[in-house]
Every structure is written in structure tokens, then in C-alpha cells.
Design a protein around this ligand. Structure first.
Ligand SMILES: Cc1cc2nc3c(=O)[nH]c(=O)nc-3n(C[C@H](O)[C@H](O)[C@H](O)COP(=O)(O)OP(=O)(O)OC[C@H]3O[C@@H](n4cnc5c(N)ncnc54)[C@H](O)[C@@H]3O)c2cc1C
Ligand code: SF4
Length: 338
């Protein structure tokens, strides 16, 4: 591991100043020489692997006093970026009113990791593509722009079938982001000019020609929180993986439904494990609205969700698997007791 300097920020202003003073504004955030440190479960991991090489870390954990809230006042939800995954997953009211959030966090990583890891760090976690994480492979456009992609003709079983480009086919690995998208959440970003809010669905960037740019977050900015309007008790996160615990998704679906007399008034659907970014499928949502869910409709919505999917040598199975996950998650959400 390379040497780096460490600075502990006492409050948001101090953190922003430390980041602004040393961030290279024109570099992609992922390659910025200064990185905020939250739980460290992604960042320190990638530094040990020599994938990320920051020269300076700004520890933002002291900001938890400002940015770790779990607030359900007024019928909405606010989550601070420094809330730990385990705190949110175990929160009784989050479980009751937003089961898709509680389950997406509970089904992620391990208890020890969830105790350390924060929500802000979670949505910024990086792909588990083994060629990205192993620097002995020279070809990786995400790690080393312009070098090629070892996964295209390599072992690509875990890779994406949606949102890929001819530069990168890496899967976005997280779970919580799909829940946020299914709830139409907002993300709050704080920079020198103060906080700004945007749709979380617009936060991640598909690889296109610049796979090293993964989000709209700029160097020197921090995620301060997330918010969801209304309650979504009829919501589900379904995750299928190679083993039932401590494993990333092969395919997952986050579903939120609003049913009135059995008819779908509103439907939200996001896919994980199969796409390069957390993937919202609005066409499938449109098909569901105004209908009563039965097996046929669930399967048609699943087919629409994967209409643009394209598999490679080892990952084509994810298309059939993903459709089953979507259909099952929709049926589970429609029939759950609330
Ligand atoms: C073995 C293992 C298994 C895992 N399994 C899963 C899984 O199944 N599902 C899943 O979803 N995740 C999984 N994870 C990922 C884990 O959830 C993330 O590593 C964790 O959520 C990251 O949070 P952190 O606070 O530790 O982030 P850090 O490692 O501290 O930070 C990650 C990145 O985000 C930046 N950052 C952190 N906070 C902020 C902020 N507030 N504003 C701006 N930038 C910030 C950092 O600079 C860094 O670049 C797994 C991780 C490991 C190691
Ligand atoms: S899929 Fe993306 S992350 Fe993986 S080797 Fe190719 S460019 Fe790198």
C-alpha cells in the first residue's frame, strides 16, 4: 500500500475546505488525489489492491453529528450520508414503511461491514470486475483509460447485460441504490456553494466512452443525504446470488407498488446485478400501471425490462434469471401483507 496523508475534518465546512484545497477539479473523481474517507470498506480495500492511489484522505466521520440522521417526520424519509448500513437496516420504522430499503441493506455484505459502511460510501462503491481489481491486468478502461477491456473476451460471468458500452461492461455491484431508485429518491450533494438536490436516478453515469467517470459528483463535493417522499410499505428487494449470504447479486429487483382495490396505481422497478448502473425500467412500469397483476402481466413486464439486454459468452444466463427475479419480485410486492 502506498503512503498517504490523513486529515480528520471536524465539521462539514472544514471537510469541504480540505477537499477543495487539494482536489484536482479536472480529474475524474475516482482518480482524484484527495478522497473523503467514511467507513473505508471500499476505499481502503482498493488502496490495498493499488487500484486507487489517493495521496490524501480526509476523514469525514466526525460529520456524523450533522449527517447521520434517520428521520421519518412528516410522512417522508430523510437519511444522512453517514448513517451506517446496519443502523438503517435495523430501524423498525424503516422496516415498516420502506422494506425495500431495509432489505437492500440487510442483504448486502456482512454484519461487520454493515456496521462500518455508510450510505454515502455505499452508493459510491466500485465494480467488483476482477480485471479492474487486479492491477496485473493492464487492460481496463475504467482503471486505466484507453487501455482496453480485458473482460470483453475474458471471463465475464458477473458482468452486465444492460447499459454496457464498447469501453466497459462492468456491473454496478451495490444493492441500496436500486431501492433508492425504486422510491424515486433524491440525493443531497454539498459543495462550496452549499447543498443541492437532484434525482438519485440521475446520479450514476453509464460507462459510454468514459468508464472512469461513474457519477456526477465532482471532486471537492460530498454526499450529505438522501430523501424519499411518502411512505412505501408495499415495496420489496429481491436478490439472487451464488450463495445466500455475503455475496453480490447475480440479479436483483427493487419494486415499489401503490395498489388501489388490487389495481396498480403506481409502479417503480429498478434492477441490480445486471447493469452498469442502478437500472430503472420505466417502460415496464408503464405497462403495469392501471392493471391488476397476474402471472402473465408480471412476465410481460419482466420481458420488457430486459428487451434491450445483450449477453456475452458467460453472462447470457443473467437475462433469463433477471426476468424471473423481476416477475417474482412483482408478485411478492403485490401480495405482501401491509
Ligand atoms: C467483502 C465485501 C462484500 C460486500 N458486499 C456487498 C453487497 O453484497 N452489497 C452491497 O451493496 N455492498 C457490498 N459491499 C460494499 C460495501 O457496502 C461498501 O464498501 C460500503 O457501503 C462503502 O461504504 P464506506 O462508508 O465504507 O465507504 P468508503 O470506503 O469510506 O468510501 C467509498 C468511496 O466513497 C467516497 N465517499 C464516502 N462517503 C462519501 C460522502 N459522504 N461523500 C462523498 N464521497 C464519499 C470515498 O472517498 C470513497 O471513494 C461489500 C464490501 C465488501 C468489502
Ligand atoms: S469491464 Fe470495465 S472495469 Fe472490467 S476490465 Fe473492462 S473496462 Fe475494466
Amino acid at each position: 500500500m502506498r503512503s498517504f496523508s490523513y486529515q480528520r475534518a471536524s465539521d462539514p465546512q472544514a471537510a469541504l475546505q480540505a477537499l477543495a484545497a487539494t482536489s484536482a477539479v479536472n480529474a475524474p473523481l475516482t482518480q482524484s488525489p484527495t478522497q473523503p474517507l467514511a467507513g473505508g470498506t471500499t476505499l481502503i480495500d482498493l488502496m490495498k489492491l493499488d487500484v486507487m492511489r489517493p495521496e490524501r484522505l480526509v476523514d469525514i466521520n466526525p460529520l456524523a453529528g450533522n449527517w447521520a440522521e434517520i428521520n421519518l417526520d412528516g410522512g417522508n424519509l430523510k437519511l444522512g450520508a453517514l448513517a451506517h448500513m446496519s443502523q438503517v437496516a435495523g430501524h423498525a420504522e424503516v422496516q415498516q414503511h420502506y422494506p425495500v430499503i431495509a432489505d437492500s441493506l440487510k442483504l448486502a455484505a456482512s454484519p461487520q461491514l454493515r456496521n462500518m459502511a455508510t450510505l454515502g460510501g455505499n452508493v459510491l462503491q466500485r465494480t467488483r470486475c476482477s480485471y479492474f481489481r487486479d492491477v496485473s491486468y493492464a487492460e481496463c478502461n475504467k482503471r486505466n483509460p484507453g487501455s482496453g477491456c480485458a473482460a470483453m473476451d475474458g471471463f465475464n460471468r458477473m458482468h452486465a447485460v444492460l447499459g454496457t458500452s464498447d469501453q466497459c461492461i462492468a456491473t454496478y455491484p451495490g444493492d441500496f441504490a436500486q431501492a433508492l431508485i425504486a422510491l424515486d429518491a433524491d440525493i443531497e450533494i454539498t459543495g462550496k456553494a452549499g447543498p443541492r438536490t437532484m434525482r438519485f436516478a440521475e446520479f450514476h453515469k453509464a460507462p459510454g466512452d468514459t468508464p472512469a467517470i461513474e457519477t456526477v459528483l465532482a471532486p471537492g463535493e460530498l454526499i450529505s443525504g438522501f430523501s424519499v417522499n411518502g411512505r412505501w410499505p408495499r415495496s420489496v428487494y429481491l436478490k439472487v446470488r451464488d450463495r445466500q449470504s455475503y455475496e453480490f447479486a447475480l440479479a436483483s429487483a427493487a419494486v415499489a407498488l401503490d395498489l388501489q382495490d388490487g389495481v396498480i396505481n403506481d409502479a417503480r422497478l429498478a434492477l441490480g446485478g445486471v447493469a452498469t448502473i442502478p437500472w430503472r425500467v420505466r417502460e415496464a412500469e408503464g405497462l403495469l400501471k392501471g392493471q391488476k397483476l397476474d402471472d402473465g402481466l408480471a412476465e410481460r413486464a419482466a420481458a420488457v425490462a430486459f428487451a434491450d439486454a445483450s449477453g456475452r459468452q458467460h453472462n447470457a444466463f443473467k437475462i433469463a434469471l433477471g426476468k424471473r427475479v423481476v416477475a417474482h419480485a412483482l408478485k411478492k410486492a403485490a401480495t405482501m401483507e401491509i
